[in-house]
Design a protein around this ligand. Structure first.
Ligand code: TYC
Length: 103
């Protein structure tokens, strides 16, 4: 049989699959020392959120321990994590930002 003919004898089309690149969740982690307003600033500056959105996500991290702040390609996610970690370090805050492959 041909590739496009299955065991019922029916003709079917096998759709060529184009693999999509994996996406990565970027997460902020809570800590006891980073000021709330600094986290809001981070979310506005590096994730393009408005003040209300930034405040809401900051509060979610504060209450739940962590939250996803965005989903990006590997390269963009790495850049966001590096920008946040560098900004926090320069201001001597222990804020942690990590990335994880989305399933
Ligand atoms: N828990 C911090 C405080 O009470 C605020 C905070 C929120 C810190 C979110 C980190 O990712 C964070 N000042």
């Amino acid at each position: 049989r041909s590739d496009d003919e299955n065991d019922t004898g029916l003709l079917t089309k096998t759709k060529p699959k184009t693999a999509r690149p994996p996406l990565y969740k970027v997460m902020l982690l809570n800590d006891d020392f980073t000021p709330m307003e600094f986290v809001v600033l981070v979310l506005e500056r590096f994730f393009g959120l408005n003040h209300a959105q930034a405040f809401e996500i900051m509060l979610t991290v504060h209450k739940k321990g962590l939250a996803v702040v965005g989903v990006f390609s590997h390269e963009i996610a790495e850049t966001k994590v590096a920008q946040v970690m560098d900004f926090a370090r320069r201001h001597q805050h222990p804020l942690q930002c990590t990335m994880e492959k989305e399933e």
